[in-house]
Design a protein around this ligand. Structure first.
Ligand SMILES: Cc1cc2nc3c(=O)[nH]c(=O)nc-3n(C[C@H](O)[C@H](O)[C@H](O)COP(=O)(O)OP(=O)(O)OC[C@H]3O[C@@H](n4cnc5c(N)ncnc54)[C@H](O)[C@@H]3O)c2cc1C
Length: 411
């Protein structure tokens, strides 16, 4: 039974069935086997808040198993060595993965190459020399990377970044700092955005370039791990760069035009996060429906009270809308359109209704809703923070408004 009239190709549906089997065998099974390590932050992170070596090893195992099984690189372009399935497959597969795995089996995030941590269209912009050096390891899932754009003084207004790449012979030396860089504590490479022409950067006319830098390069330091709400460690960090030497072969895209890479990457991030919010919210709604059908109060199951079921119906309406918007935005991208307005609407809407649906699922469960055992509060945290990551919902509204005022009024 399907409530979606969109034509999802059989190839993508079959892939999701296979992915589900893979996730159960390689992700859920690992979480069950290493429950104490992966479900208790006191064991998952070391004293500095970084994943322990054992956890990093398990993450690598998942990436490599997914690469071998054909899921990790399914949406990586064919010219890079992937299966080239595109954004609809990316959306559908991620949504399915989060719905199946929920928040507990969090290593699911390494089963498909995330655009900022693994191979993606972004790597089409690295030089031939860099491809030769990094591509095999990245496609095998042996190595990973991170995306260093945001700085303490440059978040939504990312072009205000002050990290500098100063000419040094035929290359540059990078100095500055980054913040919130996800996966940087365990990554092998970082794409660093830096000013290469401060005058053009100040005038907002280019002047920013992107460089692919090994995280063990002299001058590259993970200064501190950032623990987000409810966690004792994390995979976001503050980075400090001191005179990192980079060669022309490390440029990503064109000199002074690196900011285009950021816009390009973030659009993949918005598809991913729309899918993540929907998948986790559907997981929570299904949990709430099960609970409402069994929990007794005042001599009846609570599903007999409209005060319990109407909020769940509200969630279903909103999540269905988010689903249609996500599928539509992904299909537009696959047609070669930028879908700026549609992608912004899909991501902003999915994280708002997703967080609301998880909140309602918490309420349906009463006190049980807040236990670590159920993971609903963890799912809420995950989706709530996406309201900020990859463009805040205010910035997305600003983008939507710009498009509307510019004449893009098709809805
Ligand atoms: C979990 C997580 C992971 C992240 N991972 C990465 C990563 O891997 N790499 C990376 O480079 N960055 C990453 N980020 C950073 C993220 O991109 C920024 O947090 C985001 O762009 C917002 O910037 P800010 O936090 O500095 O908020 P600010 O830009 O300081 O915004 C503060 C508030 O002001 C509002 N605001 C700002 N300007 C306007 C405006 N013009 N109109 C209306 N409201 C406005 C914002 O919406 C927000 O509510 C991550 C963030 C999070 C939370």
């Amino acid at each position: 039974m399907s409530s979606i009239a969109f034509d999802i190709p059989d190839e993508i549906r079959a892939l999701c069935d296979g992915l589900e089997d893979f996730l159960k065998a390689e992700v859920v099974a690992r979480h069950e086997k290493h429950h104490a390590l992966l479900s208790n932050g006191r064991n998952t992170y070391d004293e500095n808040g970084r994943y322990t070596e054992e956890v990093i090893g398990l993450i690598r195992e998942v990436r490599m198993a997914a690469a071998k099984a054909g899921y990790y690189n399914m949406c990586v372009p064919e010219d890079l060595g992937g299966s080239g399935l595109g954004m609809l497959a990316y959306y559908v597969a991620w949504e399915h993965a989060f719905r199946i795995c929920g928040p507990h089996n969090w290593m699911a995030v390494y089963a498909i190459s995330h655009w900022a941590f693994g191979p993606s269209r972004l790597l089409e912009r690295v030089t031939e020399e860099a491809r030769g050096e990094i591509l095999d390891g990245m496609l095998e899932g042996r190595t990973s990377m991170c995306f260093g754009l945001s700085e303490p003084g440059a978040g939504s207004d990312a072009a205000a970044l002050t990290t500098k790449a100063v000419p040094d012979g035929n290359g540059w030396r990078i100095s500055g700092r980054k913040i919130w860089t996800t996966n940087s504590p365990i990554a092998d490479y970082c794409i660093i955005f830096a000013q290469t022409d401060p005058k053009r950067a100040a005038a907002r006319k280019g002047g920013i370039s992107a460089f692919l830098v090994p995280t063990d390069a002299p001058g590259f330091e993970v200064e501190s791990i950032i623990a987000m709400h409810g966690a004792v460690g994390g995979n976001e960090a503050q980075l400090v760069f001191e005179d990192i030497r980079v060669e022309p072969s490390q440029l990503v895209g064109e000199l002074h035009e690196g900011f285009k890479n950021a816009v390009f990457g973030v659009s993949m991030g918005r598809i991913y996060n729309s899918a993540r919010a929907l998948g986790l919210a559907r997981w929570s709604l299904e949990l709430a429906l099960d609970y409402a059908g069994t929990r007794q109060a005042f001599g009846k199951t609570i599903s007999e009270y409209q005060g319990v079921t109407f909020p769940l119906a509200e969630s279903a309406m909103e999540l269905h809308g988010a689903h249609l918007m996500g599928l539509n935005a992904a299909m537009l991208l696959d047609k070669g359109e930028l879908a700026i307005k549609e992608l912004s609407m899909a991501k902003a809407y999915a994280v708002e209704v997703g967080a609301r649906a998880i909140d309602r699922a918490i309420q349906t469960h009463g006190a049980m809703g807040f236990t670590n055992e159920l993971g609903l509060a963890e799912a809420y945290n995950t989706v709530r923070v996406v309201n900020v990551a990859d463009g805040t919902n205010e910035i997305l509204r600003r983008t939507i408004a710009h498009r509307l005022l510019g004449g893009d009024v098709e809805l």
